[in-house]
Design a binder for this molecule. Sequence first.
Ligand SMILES: Nc1ncnc2c1ncn2[C@@H]1O[C@H](COP(=O)(O)OP(=O)(O)OP(=O)(O)O)[C@@H](O)[C@H]1O
Ligand SMILES: [Mg+2]
Length: 505
Amino acid sequence: MSKALAPYPIGIDFGTSSSTAAWIDSNERLRQLEGRDLLPFVPSIVWYGPEDQKRVGWGAQRMLEDDPKNTATDFKRLLGRFFHAPNMKKYTANRAVRTVADVDGYIALDAGIRVQRVEQITSEIYHHIRQLAQAQSHMRFDSAVLTVPTNFGLLQRKAIRQAARSCPWQVKALLNEPTAAAFSFLATQDISGRVLVFDLGGGTLDLTILERRGGSVNILATDGDEFLGGRDLENRVTKWVASEFERKTGFNIFESKVAFERLNESTRRAMHLLDKHSEATIYVPSIGIHQRQIIDLSTIFSRMHLETISAPFMRQIEHTLHNLFTHTGIDIKSVDHVVFVGAATRSPLLRRQVISWTGGASTTDIDPRIAVACGAALVGRHLNTDGLNISYDMVTKDVHLYTNEGLNQKIIPNQTRVPFSTTIRLSAKRHSGHVFIGEYDGDGDESQLTPIGLLEIPQSGFGLRKKDINLCIRLDNTYKLSVSLVDVNGRERPIEVQHPFDISS
Ligand SMILES: Nc1ncnc2c1ncn2[C@@H]1O[C@H](COP(=O)(O)OP(=O)(O)OP(=O)(O)O)[C@@H](O)[C@H]1O
Ligand SMILES: [Mg+2]
């Protein structure tokens, strides 16, 4: 019997380490995905084997130890990124799976029998979640609200849409992760005042500041760091343990990516134990062969070690947090509540730090594993009911228009709400047919301008005036960028936003 169509879009939180989903059922109840053994998520892991075999989620997790070279993990941060882009090396090195540049310069992973694009690997996760959710809900989903790290640029958001397209889903909106979590929290908690949603997951730090007064909610600002997550701290600790081991035994773990991956897994488990214990053992049996002997790694790791090693990591978090407050002119001490989201916020050390930076705000606990997906499902219901023009979220990077002739104009400022549209006038003198669209990372220094699209503007026709050209630029709820020419009578003609090329390779 064919399943009934779900009344609202499914909400999906694709995470660096684990992914989950939530939906509203036909009785208007919010439901969550069950991954395994009552755990509400599936690991974001995909294993590719011979003859096109594949395992996704829990099935792939056990392949991490058996066949790490063909098991893709932590790939979210590689979505929509160029292989040769500055800074990417540190995220592609030290992986058991070989990373390569695809024909168009984007990062791909060499796993199984072929090179897999990161969007393709991501779509395996979406497919898997869709199958599970449909089996558990007895409904069919044809649309989705997807969540993304705050600091994902427009190319990364495009890669997410492409990954979802093969499901096939109509993507109703992309939401920044902490903003989605905020909607989930607001639906269940009766709290008013200024709220900081602090979401530290495996791969990204995501922050949203909002205010609730009476019945109204105002999202004030959102930002984050897409390269700062629990995985980075784990890597840092793993490197420290590996160096200590080499100092004591002479065995170099860094030479084997597989040994490093196994040590990383064990380090992670030990770090989680330190939430409740003052010491934990990191143990990797048969980590390698040294001087013709099989050797084990076993070491005691303490909270004191963790505090020392995590100091630079904490400083980076503090920097991102203060940047957001400073740039938006909001006093960090004015925060009344902190909502912790993301499993890495279980660390008591981290919680203490965040509370002290805010000058002692109270904290609210929601289930950090499902808050983001639940918020996405709730927004999906609003969108279906109230239409697509409601604004829930905002961009986190400045978008510029520029030409080889020196034009450089900000067209969408950081913190602009979507959906968004603007009309800009270009002087015909200052372009030669080609106009680029780019995004600034960081503080707007020229080297941090990433091209995200190319426009070929006709030199004449379509009622163009001699001296200027009017362009209408739009961003919809899914952060899809569209551009059209506007003639003197206000009629529009779309211009294709061509995909950028890898200029660094
Ligand atoms: N008890 C714990 N104490 C400290 N850290 C933990 C604990 N449990 C999980 N973590 C860490 O939290 C991170 C995973 O968090 P989470 O599942 O929220 O991430 P994610 O949603 O997959 O990633 P992201 O949102 O960054 O894309 C991992 O680095 C994991 O090791
Ligand atoms: Mg997350």
